[in-house]
Design a protein around this ligand. Structure first.
Ligand code: PMT
Length: 398
């Protein structure tokens, strides 16, 4: 079933007669659950107005590179980072050439250079322009860089010619775009992911916890489900909704998280949860009152919690185990010691001392650590990072 639920689709519209179809395309993308933002070239505005596309998308339309108002809102760099996919439809021969050259001479091409999300194109042009060697060479270059090309179709054209160059129909494009998110990399596999914080009760009112929001683990669960895995998400308390096609198991304490993890069969186990290392030795039955003469201090005896991921990795039939490492210094060396000590297959290390990534942020940057080496993945949205991590985990697993 095609779905773009919760996907950020940045739609680029360039100046061909097929631009009128972008109105219907927006409607189809939104029908599949996408959040659509539009960026238009100046030529595109000759064929359809930004106001029309703003009304249909429900978001401001971006047209100028140096628009102070737009920059005050979501600037073009933020827009590039917001996107889960950059889809240009229609994409003219001129724009294909400018993208191939890496030009940044207007808002759309500037965003294309800044955007790390996948690029998809729906070419639309006269049949002779389509078959011209320059167009085909430019397109081959973009495909070689990873761009996906949808269509064009063959048929009668506005100029009276007949042949290839017609932009594919919006309904077909929307379905093809949704299929971009189902890679099949983990098809047939059981993936179990822990996410979020744990809460260790002190008394019926108070608990020990941490700043984990669950965003990283939920993004991984979404990416694993999209890659075709049967995905179970063992989640501590969060404010997040369960991603589509993911089975969520809600837990509160580290012990509950361990029990749930041991009850799930996994081919791949990913520990993204921020598990409390300690819990109060005893849970008071009633709310703890201040001691008699208030001395200003009180003592809480803590005992160690079970190490969930180390327990999973110690099983004789252990799954492929991926751990995270939340460090504030010596990130790589501390993370590598966890790889060895906990007998993990991969460790994803993140510097949680930074405000712009890690706990509760929408973005993250990590160093992927294996027995054979390490690789830094620069800052991006946790969902984009999750897609990249799934690709690497799938390769390492296979
Ligand atoms: O949830 P977000 O707000 O998106 O933030 C993401 C994150 C920062 C929480 C995430 O990226 C992250 O780093 N998660 C791991 C946090 C953590 O507990 O790291 P650690 O270095 O203390 O633990 C190392 C590994 O052992 C982790 O895989 C952890 O899940 C696991 N662990 C730790 C303790 C324990 N008792 N049991 C465990 O399984």
């Amino acid at each position: 079933m095609s779905s773009l639920i919760n996907k950020h689709v940045l739609l680029g519209v360039s100046g061909g007669i097929a631009a009128y179809k972008s109105a219907e395309l927006i409607r189809r993308l939104k029908d599949l659950g996408a959040d659509v933002r539009v960026v238009m070239t100046s030529a595109a505005q000759e064929f359809i107005t930004p106001l029309t596309l703003q009304a249909l998308s429900g978001n401001p339309v971006y047209t100028e590179l140096l628009d102070p108002e737009a920059e005050a809102g979501m600037g073009h760099i933020e827009l590039a980072r917001w996107a889960d996919i950059f889809f240009i439809a229609p994409c003219t021969a001129d724009l294909i050439a400018r993208l191939a050259l890496g030009q940044g001479n207007d808002l759309l091409t500037t965003i294309a250079l800044a955007c790390q999300a996948p690029l998809a194109l729906a070419p639309a042009m006269n049949q002779a322009m389509w078959s011209h060697a320059a167009t085909q060479d430019n397109l081959a270059l973009l495909i070689n860089r990873g761009a996906k090309v949808f269509g064009p179709d063959s048929g009668s054209q506005a100029c009276g010619d007949t042949g290839f160059g017609r932009m594919s129909e919006p309904a077909v494009l929307a379905t093809q775009l949704s299929e971009c998110f189902s890679s099949g990399l983990l098809s047939g596999l059981n993936v179990v992911i822990t996410a979020g914080p744990t809460r260790e009760a002190i008394d019926p009112v108070r608990y020990i916890s941490n700043h984990s929001s669950g965003k990283m683990g939920y993004a991984l669960a979404q990416a694993c489900a999209e890659a075709g895995a049967r995905t179970r998400l063992i989640s501590g308390p969060t404010q997040l909704s369960c991603p589509a096609n993911v089975e969520r198991i809600d837990v509160t304490s580290a012990q509950e998280m361990l029990d749930a993890a041991l009850a799930c069969k996994a081919d791949i186990f990913i520990g993204a949860a921020a598990v409390a290392d300690y819990r109060p030795e005893t849970i008071a039955e009633q709310k703890i009152k201040k001691q008699g003469a208030d001395t200003g201090t009180t003592t809480l005896t803590l005992v160690q919690n079970p190490d969930i991921i180390a327990t999973i990795a110690s099983d004789i039939n252990k799954p492929f185990v991926v751990g995270f490492a939340a460090e504030t210094e010596n990130v790589v060396s501390y993370a590598r010691s966890k790889l060895i000590k906990k007998r993990l297959d991969l460790v994803i290390a993140n510097d949680v001392s930074r405000q712009d990534i890690g706990f509760n942020s929408d973005d993250n940057a990590v160093t992927l650590i294996s027995a054979t080496g390490e690789e830094y993945l620069e800052p991006r949205s946790k969902y984009q990072l999750a897609l990249e991590l799934v690709r690497r985990i799938a390769i390492a697993y296979r």
